[in-house]
Design a protein around this ligand. Structure first.
Ligand code: A2P
Length: 311
């Protein structure tokens, strides 16, 4: 299995990247340092995670310590919800670049179909109607300028992807969505694949232990456990490897060095075809339903509205 996938820009996105959402202050910098030392070359960031300054300091130290060169890394980040107005998009990437202490991003995504007025608190009642064509036009200009070497979207449903593909001058390189054996995204995967859009998986472990998800974790599904036992790997490794074999890059989040290494150790073995076919029997449950986007006065009255019924 290749250690990277080719994007429609011709650039390569590493197969495994480090997710950095929901980290306590003071933990993500060490995780980034440990991940790069362990061989990771992709760090997935976002201003919404409120830790880009800390990541920037870790990257600076990695460069100063000659652990890695900027050109060997793939750094992705995302547009803040308050910067969707075309005139505010450049400021969105500039703030991120300043915090990360970088000159360019390898990938810049519209984080989610969530927009607020500039400076407004990002709560559901403050959400305003999106204008994806206008925001995308400004993203295309960032791509033209070279500040974002690839552009894409996050949390876009099939419907939103189709609408965007219909108007895009620059085809999105990536759609970053929740994807794992317990939420396989088959329809979206097919749509993306047939349009040259790479699917990148956040929460590829299904957010085990998240207080926001109380459903059964697919990591304890007997099918996953029996495959893990047969291959002498952990259920987490099997889940991540499934993702690679489905053609998606995976972005497991961890701040624990042992698990950071475990999650990267998925490149030199594979799940045989007969075991891959068993994954279709795993019940499908989305772990990030995003109830927090729903508000009676907001633009999303139900989670179904937000995901265009694809939930
Ligand atoms: P921790 O940071 O303490 O390692 P996801 O990437 O699907 O959103 O999942 C992130 C959650 O999974 C975090 O709570 C993380 O905790 C935990 N995690 C990361 N790697 C593993 C692993 N290999 N096995 C079990 N849990 C893991």
């Amino acid at each position: 299995m290749a250690e990277s996938f080719v994007l429609n820009t011709g650039a390569r996105i590493p197969s495994v990247g480090l997710g950095t959402a929901k980290t306590e202050p003071g933990t993500v910098g060490e995780a980034v340092y440990a991940a790069i030392k362990a061989g990771y070359r992709h760090i997935d960031c976002a201003p919404a995670y409120r830790n880009e300054k800390e990541i920037g300091l870790a990257l600076k130290k990695l460069f100063e310590d000659y652990v890695v060169k900027r050109e060997d890394l793939f750094i992705s980040s995302k547009l803040w919800s308050g910067n969707h107005a075309p005139e505010d998009v450049p400021e969105g990437i500039d703030t991120t670049l300043e915090d990360l202490q970088l000159e360019y991003l390898d990938l810049f995504l519209i984080h989610a179909p969530v927009r607020t007025n500039k400076g407004a608190v990002r709560t559901a009642e403050n959400y305003i109607t999106l204008d994806v064509p206008a925001t995308w036009g400004a993203m295309e200009k960032l791509y033209d300028s070279g500040k974002a070497r690839a552009i894409g979207v996050g949390n876009f449903s099939c419907k939103r992807m189709e609408d965007l593909l219909a108007i895009a001058r620059v085809t999105p390189a990536v759609n970053q969505v929740e994807s794992h054996p317990g939420w396989q995204q088959m329809k979206l995967r097919e749509l993306c694949e047939s349009n040259g859009v790479h699917l990148s998986a956040y929460s590829p472990l299904g957010r085990p232990g998240s207080p926001a998800f109380t459903g059964p974790s697919f990591l304890s599904n007997p099918i996953v456990i029996s495959i893990a036992e047969k291959l002498q790997r952990s259920p987490a490794q099997v889940a991540l490897r499934w993702g690679l074999q489905m053609g998606q890059s995976v972005l497991p989040k961890s701040i624990n060095e042992t698990r950071i290494k475990e999650n990267f150790n998925i490149l030199d073995w594979s799940i045989p075809e007969d075991l891959m076919s068993k994954f279709s029997e795993i019940p499908q449950i989305k772990t990030l339903r995003a109830e927090f986007v729903v508000h009676p006065q907001g633009i999303y009255k139900t989670v179904e509205d937000f995901w265009d019924g694809e939930i």
